[in-house]
Design a protein around this ligand. Structure first.
Ligand code: NAP
Ligand code: COA
Length: 267
């Protein structure tokens, strides 16, 4: 246990993409620190499995199937949180889609699909949750999961890079607009996190795993719990004065990336 079991006591958290990978890691950490959960994504069956696991930990949790590209569906997920628990204090916009394709070969719909899920989906969540977060007695938290690749150029993932950079811009604006409402708006930028769909698609399937590992000063992929711990901190009272921040959790990778070859040789 990294935090006290009451670090998020009384809070209700909605997590998009909460049934797998980093989102589910955050859900488990929130559950073990006292939060009640709403998990949402497209795959109802996977969500139910995740909710059952959280209930097995003794947490309260519900699943709401919704596509973040559909504003009405996201309104419905927020309403389900209010109907079930009477409040909504934390939203984590974690849902994303990504795949590797060179820009010159990317179809217009491939570009649109990823921008719709990542950037537009984050906007829909913010819009849907604003009134509830404003009413949170703890000070609302709107947290988005970005990536260290957003601002450094991302060959093969122009759609996701542009969408995540857009999310970072959106979050800066929300920080300025919603500070008066007590809503803290931050991003967490993960580096490569092991045992996730993201690392599988981006590095393992393309045979780049060893190269990627060689660019990380701490020498290993992160764990979903590493991202989850940062999320608990930001959403707890300990993070009360943090808004407009981009918290990098990447084992130092963004500092060494330009010298990946040198790092590999030095190991
Ligand atoms: P993941 O398990 O595939 O997570 C993505 C989640 O988003 C899934 O639960 C998926 O569930 C949901 N989702 C996708 N499209 C959706 C849609 N249209 N509407 C609602 N939900 C949707 O992958 P992950 O690697 O954990 O990624 C989680 C987050 O971390 C993403 O924002 C990603 O960009 C970020 N990230 C990951 C890494 C990494 O190393 N893994 C690094 C940097 C940033 P359904 O299929 O059920 O909809
Ligand atoms: N390479 C090139 N283009 C691809 C592609 C790939 N690997 N995968 C999908 N596309 C294109 C499709 O061909 C389609 O374009 P088209 O109509 O011009 O042919 C477009 O992207 C949309 O694909 P579709 O399968 O209809 O989208 P979807 O809405 O059903 O699924 C995805 C969304 C494509 C992002 C899917 O990969 C997904 O659900 N991902 C969620 C999990 C994930 O990506 N996790 C990693 C997070 S870092």
């Amino acid at each position: 246990m990294t935090f006290t079991t009451d670090a998020l006591a009384g809070r209700v958290a909605l997590i998009t993409g909460g049934g797998s990978g980093i989102g589910f890691g955050i859900a488990k950490a929130f559950a073990s620190t006292g939060a009640r959960l709403v998990l949402t994504s497209r795959n109802a069956e996977r969500l139910e499995g995740a909710v059952n696991e959280l209930k097995g930990m003794g947490a309260e949790a519900i699943a709401v199937a919704a596509d973040v590209r559909d504003p009405e569906a996201i309104d419905g997920a927020v309403q389900a949180a209010i109907d079930t628990y009477g409040t909504l204090d934390i939203v984590v916009a974690n849902a994303a889609g990504n795949f590797v394709v060179p820009t010159a070969e990317m179809s217009a719909n491939a570009w649109k699909t990823v921008v719709d899920i990542d950037l537009n989906g984050t906007f829909h969540c913010a819009k849907a949750a604003y009134v509830a977060l404003k009413g949170s007695k703890f000070g609302g938290r709107f947290l988005a999961i970005s990536t260290t690749r957003a601002l450094e150029g991302w060959p093969g993932c122009a759609h996701a890079g542009a969408a995540k950079a857009g999310i970072m811009s959106l979050m800066r604006t929300l920080c300025c607009e919603w500070g008066k409402d007590g809503i803290r708006c931050n991003t967490i930028a993960p580096g490569p996190i092991g045992d996730t769909e993201g690392v599988k698609r981006l590095y393992e399937d393309s045979g780049r795993k060893e190269l990627e590992l060689s660019s990380i000063p701490l020498g290993e992929f992160g764990k979903t719990s590493d991202i989850a711990n940062a999320a608990v901190f930001l959403c707890s009272d300990a993070g009360a004065y943090i808004t407009g921040a981009d918290i990098v959790v990447d084992g130092g990778r963004s500092r060494s990336r330009s010298s990946a070859g040198v790092m590999a040789a030095a190991r």
